[in-house]
Design a protein around this ligand. Sequence first.
Ligand code: UTP
Length: 469
Amino acid sequence: MTETLGDLLDRAAACGQRHIVEAAEGLDDQGRSRLAESLARVPWDDWDQLHALVVDPPAAAPPSAMRPPVACTMAQIDGDALKARGEEALHRGAVAVFTVAGGQGTRLGWNGPKGTFPATAITGKSLFQVQAERIKAAVSHYGQPVRWYIMTSDENHEDTRRFLLDNRCFGIDRTHVQLVQQGMMPAFDATSGDLLMAAPDRLALSPDGHGGAFAALDRSGAIEHMRHRGIEHISWVQIDNPLVRVLDPTFIGLHLCDVTSSGDFSSKIVGRAHAAERVGVFVQTDVGMQVVEYSDFDESQAAAVGDDGELVWRAANIAVHLLSVEFMADAAAAGTGALPWHRAHKAVGYYCPAQGDMVMPDAPNAIKLERFVFDALSRAQTPALLEVQRAEEFAPIKNASGDDSAHSSSALQMALHRDWLRQASVQVDDAAQVEISPLVAQWAEDLAGTPLPDQVSADAPFVLEHGSA
Ligand code: UTP
């Protein structure tokens, strides 16, 4: 039953949030209904536990008994057999793409959903367009529609919907694209643990993390929709990696191969680039596989090197997963306690009733709480890991400049595409600017049979588009 504003204000007062009760006093009817909507997002039943996590967090530490996980490399697996297995699933239409695109993209500082960010090196195609072209290529290759589920948040849902419609979903049948809106969580004052307000009639809310996907997929009916359509697995990708192979048949084959995997949760990894790389790392514990955040390692652990000269904790998470629909349904059914909350200390603008105005802090003042998908790994029976080449599959755009920026991503995209052309016997200048559309090639071998020049120089950018060769 929906709670009235009065009920919700009683709950707020019982949890010591009197500033919200006071703010409600000056509101008109519309404001009161907006405030009720906002307050209904607060998990009041878990208040004590969440408040304690905000003001008195447990010390972060990696699990005490952990060892490097077993991961398959492309050299170890029977790539042809696994690819055939994965292709069979794709021919049946049993795999959908699920893109998580509900984040705030704070580090990038782009005004709009991250998926609308221009990402390719020369033509500046958006991140959404790149994924759409990869899906379109798969549709024509496998002769099956591929459903594309995209997670959005309250903040970017409408802009995402409009962008995709304005661009006719970049050639994908509109009825095959479904947006799934994730949940929102309140931001807390980092010192007092009080809820921050964004206005007298609104709490400061932010998306509940990519781990909010299970509840969002369930709540929106997407899980039922998938079952109905014969979709058995989803290929989980993030929006901000233009090199991500959204449907990789070999990885799908590995996920479905019962010798290596229980087929519920599989992940791709790359070797960690260096000891200070800010990336989560897969570890094996006695109670299952986990991802440990870089910030939980101390310096010596992060830098530990094994007898083989490699970093011990090297299985870097690039957030590319395969999950079975039934696994996601179970995780959603397990409810709110299934995944832990993680804290993020961030600068959040807030409405200050005493000043009657907004305050924009220039240092982190708030705690946001998020859930992470990889915490569901502990629910998986035998998760499989596939180690892939970073240069081929990972060029994320996270930051406005420096590492993992549009600039570094473009350089990586161009280096890969130069390499593909060279493998196809084209002479390519080291400084040549090159971009190859996913509609032409997603793998080096896709260039076989494509008419190509003998040489690509640095004099003019070289773009290989569908129909341009
Ligand atoms: P990030 O952790 O990089 O977060 O998300 P972000 O929100 O994009 O960027 P910052 O941290 O604010 O700078 C990794 C992926 O997970 C999605 C993002 O859209 C991105 O594809 N994500 C993240 C969600 O879908 N929802 C969330 O609540 C958080």
